[in-house]
Design a protein around this ligand. Sequence first.
Ligand code: NIG
Ligand code: FE
Length: 424
Amino acid sequence: MIESLIFANASQVVTCAGPARARRGSELGDAGVLADAAVAVEGDRIAAVGRLGDLRARFKSAREIDCRRGVLAPGLVDSHTHGIFGRPRYDEQELRAAGMDYMEIARRGGGIHASVRDLRQRDGDELFALAKPRLERLASFGTTTVEVKSGYGLTLDDELKTLRVIARLQRELPLRIVPTFLGAHEIPLEYRESAARRREYVDLVINEMIPAVASERLAKFADVFCETGVYTVDESRAILSAARNAGLLLKLHADELTSSGGAELAASLGAVSADHLAAISDVGIDALAHGSTVATLLPGTMLFLGKTKHAPARRLIEAGVPVALATDFNPGTSPTPNLPLVLTLGVSQLHLSVAEALLAATVNGAAAVGLADSVGQITEGFSADLALFDVQDVRAVPYWYGDNRCVATFVRGKPCHTSDLGIF
Ligand code: NIG
Ligand code: FE
C-alpha cells in the first residue's frame, strides 16, 4: 500500500519548479515562491502542488503533515564534499592564522597528506562510524542529497575501502548519497621523489584504480584536483579521459587557487561540473559559457582559508554559466556541514540574490550530480525530497546566518532528519 502525505499549512512553498536541467542567467531569477500552497506526496514521489482543499479532495486517504507556518523547500543538494576522513586538522587552522599558506602546509607534508596518513590507518568500520554522524550533521541543516568523494586513501586498497564505506552509508542512511572517486586528490608523498615516480602514480590511477572502481560500480563520478603543485592539466586530462572511457561521469577541482586552465579542460571534456573556480580566467568563463558544465562554487572554502578572492559568480551568471553552491565539507579547507550558511556566503560574498542562491543549492546542485531530472524541485513526478525550515519567509534562511532553522527533511517521501523540536 503506497502511503500518501499532504504537507499542509506552510507559509511558503518554494518549488524551484522549471526545466529539469541546470538553470542559467535570468532563469535563476525566480525560485517559485508560493503562498497558500500544499504539497501531496504518493510513495516516494511528489504527486501534486496546489490548494490544500483541492489536494484533500483528491488524496482522500492522505496523512496530513502540519508545516506550522514554516517554509517548505526542495531538500538541499550538497554537490561537493569530502565526507570520509579521520581526525580533524585543528593544527593547520592555527598555522594558517599565523601566516602559513595552505599549499605551504601541503609542501611540508600536512594538508591532504596528513589526512591520507590518518585514513590509511583506519579500517572501514571505523571510517563508517566517523562518517555517519558527520553526514547526519549535514542532513540536519536541510541537505537531502550529498555527493561524497574518496581521495584520502591514494592506494588502490585505501581508495576502494573508502568507496565501500560510501556504499555502506548509501545503504544504511536515508540520505541520498552520490559517490565520487578522487584517487587523484594529491600526488602521494611516496610518489613525489621523481617525475618517473609521479608518472607511476598517474598510471596506477588510470590502469588499476579506475578499472577496479568501475567494475565494482563504486562511483558515479571521477574527479581530479587540477592545481599548480598538484595535478597538471595534462595529467588531469589523461585521468579523466580514462575515467570517461570506463563509464564514469566527470568532475574537476579547477582553478581553485591559481588559474591553470582547469575550467577549459572541464568544458572540453564535457565534465558535469567544474568546482571552486576562484581563480578562473576570462577564457575559462567563456569555455564554460559555451558548454554544459555546471560551475560549482564553494565560498566556505575561501572563507575558512582566509582568502578574500572569491569565484566571480556574477560574471559567470552573466556569461550564462549555470552556477551551483556547495559546502566542500572536508577536514582541511571547509569543515562546515551547514549548506544554508553557504547560501549566506553566496549572497554576501558572491553577490547572488536569494533566488539565485536557492536554485544554486537545489536544481543546479542536482544538475551537478546528474540528478536534475528527479531531484531539486517540488514538481509533480520529482522525488519527494523536502526540507522544512522554521521561518516564515525563505529569505530568512540565509539571513539568520550560521543558525539552523531546518526542522525536518524527507527523502523519497520518508523522514530523513527530524529536529529536537518534535514536529514529527
Ligand atoms: O576541495 N582542493 C582540494 N581538496 C579539498 C581540500 C582537501 C583537504 O585539504 O583535505 C578542497 O578544498
Ligand atoms: Fe573539494
